[in-house]
Design a protein around this ligand. Sequence first.
Ligand SMILES: *[C@@H]1O[C@H](CO)[C@@H](O)[C@H](O)[C@H]1NC(C)=O
Ligand SMILES: *[C@@H]1O[C@H](CO)[C@@H](O)[C@H](O)[C@H]1NC(C)=O
Ligand SMILES: *[C@@H]1O[C@H](CO)[C@@H](O)[C@H](O)[C@H]1NC(C)=O
Ligand SMILES: *[C@@H]1O[C@H](CO)[C@@H](O)[C@H](O)[C@H]1NC(C)=O
Ligand SMILES: *[C@@H]1O[C@H](CO)[C@@H](O)[C@H](O)[C@H]1NC(C)=O
Ligand SMILES: *[C@@H]1O[C@H](CO)[C@@H](O)[C@H](O)[C@H]1NC(C)=O
Ligand SMILES: *[C@@H]1O[C@H](CO)[C@@H](O)[C@H](O)[C@H]1NC(C)=O
Length: 270
Amino acid sequence: MRFSKFPIFVALIFSVSTPAFVYGVDERYDKCTPFDCGNVTISYPFWGNDQPEYCGHPGFKIDCDDQHKENSTVLIDIMSFKYKVMGLDLPSKVLKLARTDFLDSICPNRYVNTTLNDSLFIYTSNDEIATLLYNCEPSQSHSENEFQCPSREAYFTTLEIQGNGSEEGRCNVSVVVPVLMNAVKRFVAYALSVSQIINEGFEVSWIIDQDKCSECVKSGGRCGYNSTTEEFSCFCPDQAYSEACPSPLEPESPANEPTIAIVKGMFASS
Ligand SMILES: *[C@@H]1O[C@H](CO)[C@@H](O)[C@H](O)[C@H]1NC(C)=O
Ligand SMILES: *[C@@H]1O[C@H](CO)[C@@H](O)[C@H](O)[C@H]1NC(C)=O
Ligand SMILES: *[C@@H]1O[C@H](CO)[C@@H](O)[C@H](O)[C@H]1NC(C)=O
Ligand SMILES: *[C@@H]1O[C@H](CO)[C@@H](O)[C@H](O)[C@H]1NC(C)=O
Ligand SMILES: *[C@@H]1O[C@H](CO)[C@@H](O)[C@H](O)[C@H]1NC(C)=O
Ligand SMILES: *[C@@H]1O[C@H](CO)[C@@H](O)[C@H](O)[C@H]1NC(C)=O
Ligand SMILES: *[C@@H]1O[C@H](CO)[C@@H](O)[C@H](O)[C@H]1NC(C)=O
């Protein structure tokens, strides 16, 4: 008896609580649902994987290797170079990135300077710029900032860390890498290796507007970007609006709001 009643009960709840617009929901609203990649929640201006381009800003396409794995990797392309996304904080607009070429080895096959697209990102005040010097002529004395590569000697330098100052002239390759000041402090205290400093990554802040998106999400919409008109778009269940969904709409369930989803993502690892 219990079993036969159950489906009727479910069907009743469904027909009573499901708003009519669900049947004709705007495809853009549907497709731009934020998603999790590992412990990082991807939402506007970020977009990627199965989502259409209009779900985010063109410079913020991410690549998630496997959405369903706890340890999946999030990658972002900046100036044609891939960075691993180690953290994403939507309210403060800060992204923590690490260069992918140094993840396996501190001695890369190809030497590339870190360059940001400065119309999209800026470094935060927690960063400092370091220089890795490669292909150095061997020297008798060894300094703390020296490390070995299969080919030749190499050095890690910052404004304060300069070895004995003669490296510059002995090395023919230099690579600019932003690092966290805090990691450099720990290197000086012998708590981190050069490779560990680099792989702790660095922070960038994105400079495109996030306020419009907050308003859109508050009104029950999902943010997007129209690359034809180059304008922000708020996708609501019925259609797209330029700013926010018109008021009387069913309130969104809190679990769908990015700010809440991020908090969930941050604690998922601990
Ligand atoms: C993710 O974790 C699984 C199991 O813990 C492991 O087998 C797999 O190699 C890991 N993948 C990556 C990309 O680290
Ligand atoms: C990186 O930038 C520095 C300073 O701008 C330059 O001297 C160096 O040649 C560049 N290195 C590479 C690998 O492009
Ligand atoms: C930098 O970002 C802007 C804005 O998205 C884009 O128009 C420009 O092409 C980017 N520059 C490079 C060199 O990728
Ligand atoms: C720095 O190292 C070079 C190469 O080993 C050496 O010739 C030079 O004397 C050193 N300079 C100082 C100030 O120690
Ligand atoms: C640096 O020196 C090495 C060894 O002398 C040489 O093979 C390499 O081509 C040089 N690279 C540059 C960028 O000058
Ligand atoms: C972008 O704007 C144009 C012109 O208003 C419109 O035709 C198009 O459907 C919009 N695209 C998206 C993805 O909203
Ligand atoms: C995600 O997990 C990694 C490794 O477990 C951790 O280093 C990182 O801080 C976490 N990111 C966020 C946003 O919580």
